[in-house]
Ligand binder design. Structure first.
Ligand code: ADP
Ligand code: MG
Ligand code: ZN
Length: 618
């Protein structure tokens, strides 16, 4: 009887990982792989892709001593995942360029003797001198065939993706040429990614030579994340207000440039925060060290450019703040998605100011040559600007962008749905803006429109005679920046649109015409204040226990248990093995390794509590 059944997959989930049920999509994906079908899974960050290949890998190993290769682009990610798996009792190892040649040789040797079920490799290794003989040895002897190849971050194969890696192009030929010839036949191949637009999808199937794959696009929603956009106001003040409530929590602050990273970092360090930084201008060693400090909970806050993160599987990141506007929705959702991977609440906050648009445009001009690509990038940037200005449900906006069929109009968990925003009627201002655009014959960009409305003495404007328009100075009580902000909001709300390109011109949409005819009013939502988080003293105690264990074992704390597991412990107070085993995230191996430490801590905590109560009643 075959071991490759969903029943066994569920058993694994429960026994090894200590999870009760599959998350949406995981079961279908695993089922497809177990049926030996090539599989292509698109799931958002934090949805749980790793399990989707690890569980089949374990079952393939049991079934036929088959080895699973996991191809993954980042070395830090690899080490992390292998550590995590070993802590679960899984026989895993990795091969990459960060390891000493001696270690690589040992790993290869052990793999040759069938000591591993899962081997992580960097794509660069696929054609290396030491790796190919190993594979040939394994497969020719027929002892340990490669039964399954999983490709993580599969979008790296496509030039249209946001992290193109040349070495990913070797994967397809490797599977066909090297593995296709093994006596047991071509392995099952599965590709995983969080983001794939239509072009990228096509590339993945073609370039990784997936054969008639089952494609799964699981929900992009991350219900535990709260999305918020903060416009206007001083960003530094916002950070201080916000961080004051988050002293104990881990979070990432993304900024657009190295200089900005340095500035924010120094500012927070000065205010007494434990803060690290990460950008491409730092030496490798320093970057590596800062990253480790963050992963190991030694520093709480990481200020970074987008160079930081693809390798970060840290599950207890509680907030991701974007200090500047990212270049597109794909990057934003992936970066923001690094919050709350453990399923506990996470905040994703975008701080918007109009200068950020100028910077992103400059970056596009600097980095993109082809006119077609350029237009593509500008259009994507515009979506990001729209997101920053929409008054609709932010989750709805995101999910709609990613092509989700059913999207909420009110999710109840974003800045626009929650009561932290106020509605204001801006019909009069909007009418002034629209009629100004009409008088300017829809021929101008937002800066000059704002100048006219402001009544600026700008020379260019005067030279063109724009000061003779009746709308000249119609909004003189606002600043030029405020007028532009309004204009952007009206674009996001689809009253206006920008034409594409380097110098976008503002055009009216039908909705604006209705407003001009007084048939419709314009209502806008404005964000007001951030929320406060609560804390729990038992949770803090358990976190200390975890930190100690992590230090002893030299692994990051979340490898021991995730925040959500600790939080459940703090809620249900398990004081024996049986009840601890019922907590989400506690499997057999972890129970044996760490159970006693946590049970003792919970017991001590409860007893201390009783003590206090007794003293009070006495
Ligand atoms: P991805 O690679 O899709 O970004 P990961 O594989 O790193 O996500 O998983 C994110 C987190 O979700 C991990 O902490 C993982 O242990 C947890 N997780 C995965 N599947 C489940 C499940 N079925 N139940 C509970 N937690 C899960
Ligand atoms: Mg992953
Ligand atoms: Zn919402």
């Amino acid at each position: 009887m075959s071991l490759l059944t969903m029943e066994n997959a569920r058993l694994m989930l429960e026994r090894v990982y200590g999870y009760e049920e599959f998350r949406p999509g995981q079961d279908r994906i695993i089922d497809s792989i177990l049926q030996k079908k090539d599989t292509f899974a698109i799931m958002p960050t934090g949805a749980g892709k790793s399990l989707c290949y690890q569980i089949p890998a374990l079952l393939f190993a049991q079934e036929s001593s088959g080895l699973t290769l996991v191809i993954s682009p980042l070395i830090s990610l690899m080490k992390d995942q292998v550590d995590a798996m070993r802590s679960l009792g899984i026989r895993a190892a990795c091969i990459n360029s960060a390891l000493r040649p001696k270690t690589v040789a040992e790993t290869i040797d052990k793999a040759g003797q069938g000591e591993y079920d899962i081997l992580y490799i960097a794509p660069e290794r696929l054609e290396s001198d030491s790796f190919l003989p190993l594979i040939q040895h394994l497969t020719q002897e027929k002892k340990f065939p490669v039964s399954f190849v999983a490709i993580d971050e599969a979008h790296c194969v496509s030039q249209w993706g946001h992290d193109f890696r040349r070495s990913y192009r070797r994967i397809g030929p490797f599977i066909e040429r090297v593995l296709g010839g093994q006596p047991s036949g071509r392995p099952v191949v599965a590709a995983f990614t969080a983001t794939a637009t239509e072009e990228v999808k096509v590339d993945i199937v073609k370039l990784l030579s997936l054969q008639d794959p089952n494609i799964y696009l699981t929900g992009f929603d991350r219900p535990n994340l709260e999305f918020t956009v903060v416009r206007g106001g001083n960003k530094k003040d916002f950070l201080l207000d916000y961080l004051a409530f988050k002293r104990e929590e881990a979070g990432i602050i993304y900024a657009a440039t190295r200089r900005e990273v340095e500035k924010i970092h120094d500012f927070l360090a000065e205010k007494g925060y434990e803060v690290g930084k990460y950008h491409a201008g730092l030496k490798d060693a320093e970057r590596q060290e800062n990253q480790e400090l963050f992963i190991y909970d030694k520093i709480k806050i990481m200020v970074a450019t987008n160079a930081f993160g693809m390798g970060i599987d840290k599950s207890n990141v509680r907030f991701v703040i974007h200090y500047n506007l990212p270049k597109n929705m794909e990057s934003y959702y992936q970066e923001a998605g690094r919050a709350g991977r453990d399923g506990d609440p996470g905040d994703c906050i975008l701080l918007f100011s109009p200068q950020d648009i100028i910077l992103q445009k400059y970056l596009i001009e600097q980095s993109v040559r082809s006119p077609k690509r350029k237009a593509h990038e500008y259009a994507k940037l515009q979506t990001m600007v729209d997101y920053a200005h929409t008054g609709k449900c932010l989750r709805g906006f995101i999910l709609e962008y990613f092509g989700e069929r059913e999207t909420p109009t009110k999710c109840g968990n974003c800045g626009n749905c929650n009561n932290c925003s106020e509605v204001t009627d801006i019909t009069v201002e909007a009418q002034k803006i629209f009629s100004c655009i009409v008088r300017m014959r829809e021929q101008y960009g937002s800066t000059i429109i704002a100048d006219v409305l402001k009544g600026s003495r700008n020379k260019k404007l005067l030279r063109m005679g724009l000061d003779r328009l009746t709308t000249y100075g119609a909004l003189s009580e606002l600043t030029q920046a405020e007028i532009k902000d309004l204009l952007n909001q009206l674009v996001a709300e689809e009253y206006l649109r920008f034409t594409n390109g380097k110098y976008p011109v503002v055009k009216l949409l039908p909705k604006a015409v209705r407003v001009l005819k007084n048939e419709e009013r314009v209502l806008l939502k404005v964000y007001t204040n951030p929320r406060v988080s609560s804390d729990d003293s038992l949770f803090e105690v358990l976190r200390d226990v975890r930190r100690e264990l992590a230090e002893q074992e030299k692994v990051p704390p979340y490898i021991i248990f995730s925040d959500s597991t600790l939080r459940e412990m703090a809620r249900f107070h398990p004081v024996d093995s049986l009840s601890l085993r019922k907590i989400k995230g506690v499997g057999e191996v972890k129970l044996e390794r760490y159970g006693t430490a946590f049970i003792n801590a919970i017991k001590a905590y409860l007893e201390a509590g009783l003590q206090v109560k007794r003293e009070r009643t006495e």
